[in-house]
Ligand binder design. Sequence first.
Ligand code: IMP
Ligand code: MG
Length: 172
Amino acid sequence: MQTLIEASEIQKVVATLGHQIATEYRDQPLTVLGVLTGSIVFLADLIRTIDLPLRVGLIQASSYRGATTQPAELRINDSLVPDIRDRSVLLVDDIFDTGHTMAALLETIRRSSPRSVRSAVLLWKSGKAKVAIQPDYHCFQIPDRFVVGYGLDYNDDYRHLPFIAALEPKDL
Ligand code: IMP
Ligand code: MG
């Protein structure tokens, strides 16, 4: 595999995003909602750089890729979502690829009548979107490669790597 983004670079850019969010959400009832499982590392680092009172919640989205890089049917499990009525929700995911996952999650979250919803992703594969929305915040734009690390997996492996790496075709 080939390292695309070093761990130290990720830490720097995540902290910058956290400070921006802290400025923009001052005096708002913020709930940061992480998308399981890919967002866990980004979520844990990001919330520690947002110097505001906030709540953390989780929602699950899975597309059952297994040992393939092609998404299958999307399933959303919102049973872990706390009460977000009238709260300012920041939806945090690992990557915006086609955008189908983000679009479906936003629709699910809006049914709970939050005060506002915005999205933040670590990675944005720009140019691949198949939906009309874009992430409100992102840390890095990346080329169309299959990447792992910092929460992202291939067949549930590699999530613990502190950096982002692209898998070579022979690894897939
Ligand atoms: P989308 O619905 O096509 O935007 O895909 C979003 C989901 O697919 C992400 O939350 C990831 O779980 C997964 N995904 C997309 N691209 C990659 C990748 O390069 N590496 C690992 N997972 C990915
Ligand atoms: Mg995911």
